[in-house]
Design a protein around this ligand. Structure first.
Ligand code: ATP
Ligand code: MG
Ligand code: FE
Length: 338
């Protein structure tokens, strides 16, 4: 089974060829980071236009690199939500055209199911049930997966997503965009105990997150130092902020595993690339008697390989979308709407 995966939900135009769910033949990612950097974040209109310019050549490159031709493709899988509507539409239109012209099944993939599926690319043998911490630019969710393809949301952010908090703090520190990898790097030289920041655990037993208070605390810290003309140690600040985010993420993920009796934890989304998160989750999961898996670093942020992988399992279930498939910007996990 050869799946062509297509991803255009945000600012990466990506196409991938995946054989039998595990043999990754190609994963071409055309990032628009440079285009959006000068605005300090993704500009939706610009993103759609760039996707449109890039989509055909990215698909062709993914086929060439995989050494397959269009007639070899078994099915085409595409992200149809959540994401930016104009950006999503470019991928959806391309996938529908290929499905129609080649007379092959069209598979609509939820972008978050894609992020989660990055784990199965590296570890096809992972056994359910699983707990997944989904931490990306737009989401911070704790998800319980009783079986493949079934998702129960146990917790979510009430305000900013974890990645969004990294990006906003990095912007306030003048580090650039996207902020996650920059803070991750800077924090390596810092002391995470140097600045005391609040941890938002919310009500007793809640698996929800809140990062806006922490973000405000960092902004206040920056403003205060500026007003008092105090020199700040940027590495200490980055490390202390990062530690505050990571401690809450890890604590609640372990609680979710304990509460459900699940012994295997997986992670997904761009923030799953974070070094501090990886270290602390490994440590705490070990203490709790759980195993933990992380997707390879290059498959944490947006890519089409993860979409092809989610698409592969939907193909096996015969879960196909009609050619009327539309982009759904607010699509939620486990709520497919064709
Ligand atoms: P969503 O998947 O929710 O629609 P998205 O696609 O924009 O959002 P991803 O591509 O999964 O998000 O991840 C991008 C986010 O991950 C950005 O906020 C980025 O700062 C963050 N990120 C990437 N690498 C790291 C890292 N090493 N440490 C912390 N954050 C990181
Ligand atoms: Mg991106
Ligand atoms: Fe994403």
């Amino acid at each position: 089974v050869i799946i062509l995966g297509i991803e255009t939900s945000c600012d990466e135009t990506s196409s991938s060829v995946l054989v039998d769910g595990a043999e990754l033949r190609s994963n071409i990612i055309s990032s628009q980071i440079e285009v959006h950097q000068k605005f300090g974040g993704v500009v939706p209109e610009v993103a759609s236009r760039k996707h449109l310019e890039n989509i055909n050549s990215v698909i062709i490159e993914s086929l060439e690199k995989a050494e397959v031709s269009l007639k070899d493709i078994t099915a085409v899988a595409v992200t149809y939500g959540p994401g930016l509507v104009g950006a999503l539409l470019v991928g959806v239109a391309a996938a529908k055209a290929l499905s129609y012209a080649l007379d092959i099944p069209l598979i609509g993939v939820n972008h978050l199911e894609g992020h989660i599926s990055a784990n199965f690319l590296a570890q096809p043998g992972l056994e359910f049930p699983l707990i997944c911490l989904v931490v990306s630019g737009g989401h911070s969710d704790i998800v319980y997966l009783p079986n493949r393809g079934e998702y129960q949301l146990l917790g979510r952010t009430r305000d900013d997503a974890a990645g969004e908090a990294f990006d906003k703090v990095a912007r306030a520190m003048g580090l650039g965009y996207p902020g996650g990898p920059l803070i991750d790097n800077l924090a390596r030289q810092g002391n995470s105990q140097a600045v005391k920041f609040p941890r938002a655990f919310l009500e007793e037993g809640s698996l929800d997150f809140s990062f806006s208070g922490l973000k405000s605390a960092v902004l206040n810290y920056l403003n205060r130092s500026k007003m008092l003309n105090e020199e700040i140690n940027r590495a200490d600040l980055a490390a202390s902020f990062q530690r505050a985010v990571v401690e809450v993420l890890v604590d609640k993920t372990i609680s979710a595993a304990r509460r459900t009796g699940v012994k295997t934890i997986i992670t997904a989304g761009g923030v799953a690339a974070n070094g501090e998160l990886r270290n602390l989750l490994l440590e705490k999961a070990g203490e709790a008697g759980c195993k933990v898996f992380f997707p390879p670093l290059n498959l944490c942020t947006d890519n089409a390989a993860m979409i092809a992988c989610a698409g592969y399992y939907k193909y096996l279930r015969g879960d196909f979308a009609p050619l009327s498939l539309n982009a759904i910007p607010g699509l939620t996990l486990g709520q497919d709407k064709y």
